[in-house]
Design a protein around this ligand. Sequence first.
Ligand code: KG4
Ligand code: ZN
Length: 340
Amino acid sequence: MIFELITVPVILGIESSCDETSASVCVDGVILSNVIANQTIHEAYGGVVPELASRVHQQNIVPAVQQALLNAKVNKNDVDAVAFTRGPGLLGSLLVGVSFAKAFALARNLPLIDINHMQAHILAHFIGDHKPSFPFLCLTVSGGHTQIVLVNDYFDMQVIGQTLDDAAGEAMDKTSKILGLPYPGGPLIDKYARQGNPDAYKFPEPQIPGLDFSFSGLKTAILYFIRDNVARNPDFISQNLPDICASVEKRIATILLNKLQKAAKEHGIKQIALAGGVSANTGLREGLREMCAKNGWESFIPKMEYCTDNAAMIAIAGHYKYLKGEFTGQNIAPLARMPF
Ligand code: KG4
Ligand code: ZN
């Protein structure tokens, strides 16, 4: 199939990799809408239940797309291409977005653009005016990933460090579970940490060679620390919640930032970005700003709405693939695992 490339591309972006159903419209590289339907159903289970997530995506996808078109004041007949998250993510969740994108494109004879969710988190930095230039480094931290990525070009990215076990977001969420807080715990740890003393408790920093990370030892240390203190004082958590959260947040942020600084020095890179859900974390954002100011580097920190999962990042990634003329066919299937 040959598609005519027009000068002002109108891209519909679809995201459904985990528990947010999102749709966005991007016109000529400018995001005009970004509708995100959150799923609260998982709170009762302490984590995302894949089967429930896909069912709720099924209910939310059509209204989210309608709202995104409405907010952008774009008619569905004016869409030039549909960009969608192919992976990585939960297969049942991805299937909803992929199937919707394929149906929408087939009905209008539009090109399809498949997007890697982790690349899209990084490409969210190309929304707005403060764009990094290539090459830059990006610390991508989400519920399932912790990666230091050397970004050479829009779709030329190299993972130079990653977690050997748990992701940073998982460490946040598991800590909050240990503390009896609801899912997702990251934003709550952030909230309580603002009122606490980050030096109240010392948690270990794992000694992992190179640029890789490990969070499983920290998780166990936190578990034992809470268990031992609660055995001595049953009210330990409620009496010290802000200090516990501030100390855990500081340790996770320093683990991440120490490796990021090492990577930047080793590769001689002076533009450093954050991406993914954990980049919403106040301590990490402040820590990156301080680290960059100290070293004379430039920091790139995404707006809050582009930190956690959203379709604007899929639409902007779709925009750049559209300009390259890189499309996919109707036989495409989602991928639970999808390396760059
Ligand atoms: O990128 P994301 O929305 O979904 C995945 O692709 O995984 O990231 C979700 C993760 C969760 O672990 C959540 O607890 C964490 O991001 N998170 C935060 C904050 N907001 C979200 N962690 C720390 N502080 C926050 N403010
Ligand atoms: Zn994500």
